[in-house]
Design a protein around this ligand. Sequence first.
Ligand code: PEP
Ligand code: MG
Length: 296
Amino acid sequence: IGEPAVAADEFPLSTADGIRLTLQANIDHPSELRHLSPTNVDGIGLFRTEYLMASPADLADEERQVAIYTEMLAWAGGLPVTIRLLDFGADKPPPGEATDPSSFLGLRGIRLLLARPDMLRTQVRALLRAAPAGRLRVLLPMVTAPSEVEQTRAVFAEEAARLSARGVSHAMPPLGLMVEVPAAALMPEAFAAEFFSFGTNDLAQYLSASARDNAAVSPLYAAARAAVLRFLAMTVPLVAATGRSVGICGDLAGDPTALPALLSCGFRDFSMAPRRMTLARAALSRLNADGSEARG
Ligand code: PEP
Ligand code: MG
């Protein structure tokens, strides 16, 4: 879905003053890879796995997940593929379950997975088993507290030990944090995460106290943009100071009008929907790394 991202000769991408940037793709369904060439992108920055699950049976189908993840890693041929753990809750209830209207502030993302170990452990086993096929990275959605990363890491370690005991081939991927809850953005050093990726869609709703799917408050959500950019300018340096990589995969990354501010916050690694890439690439290549317009 979407045109091929860019012509090969525009790759790799640098700012006008020669600072290398990476541009990765956000993918909602593996079929989108048919329209994307791994020679034109720096990998997959976000694969939203919840869209894979059409039924409760899909959730329990470990082999299907192994096959899908393995195929994506093979497609990427050594480029990073960032797969997000199931981000159910609020606007995206698990298949066969009702929406909980309050759950943007309730059991969502990693909170829901830790409460539903059946779902989590099946996905974790599938990811561990697919990992030897390429450069897998795993993102944890909606993280608020360091203990959530520790508990998830423990589940990965336990499932890896079980696979070892059964003689099943597997590898441990790096675990990263979706930075979408303000509390996590302000305390990055407290999290045992190997990488960070800002999810500005949720960050904006949690900073503005405006549900992202509620049309009655969408003007407030939009009005918070300047506050979101200031919040990023304050917190991206905190994340960078941890020495771990920091990227952005929220919709703001694919908005050419936001890119000067995002560069000046310190972002160098951008992930966006494939249909946004052509314009974003053109905009980024005309800017200096500090976000200023290149002369001439
Ligand atoms: C985000 O919140 O910015 C994000 C990338 O995740 P999603 O849009 O899937 O919630
Ligand atoms: Mg999100």
